[in-house]
Design a protein. Sequence first.
Length: 188
Amino acid sequence: MHTPFKNSLLRTSLLALLAAAPLFSACNNDDDDPTPDDDNEQITTVTYTLTPVGGGTPISVTSKDADGEGGAAPVTGTLTLAANTTYTGTLTLLDETKNPVVNTSAEILKEADEHLFVYTSTPANLLTIKRTDRDSKNLELGLQTSLITTAAGTGELKITLRHQPGTKNGTETPGDTDVEVKFLTTVR
């Protein structure tokens, strides 16, 4: 047996639920395809050009990963330098997945406060590398360098670009890696 009070309460509850239904669907996030985070630079080609101080022929070495991260392995050259020599260095970074090709080093220079190049020589005494350019906060950047070789030897030069938006403090620790290349290196 239904009482008028129970029927009225049931009707009121159903009407309230029907009225609220559009509110529940309005909270649905229809953004199933959000814009990808494009903070990290796309870099397919890294070229390090070294010019002997006082004159001489510039030496360039390149690492090229035509399909970007993943996929085929990069094609990387070997760096051959003269012993006991000082060089000025310049890095050029490109994104060749785009048409026209994007000069990523120009973009990095514009965002110098968010980037740091780290140079690591193995063994450590094979090469001495100093970053010679700075950002607006007077922290080193590393698109421009000074490189000094010692006695003859072989090893490896690793160049890492750290992306450090809002956290750059002059060390390599904060942030994440945009690109890292390793060049077999001979000093003779």
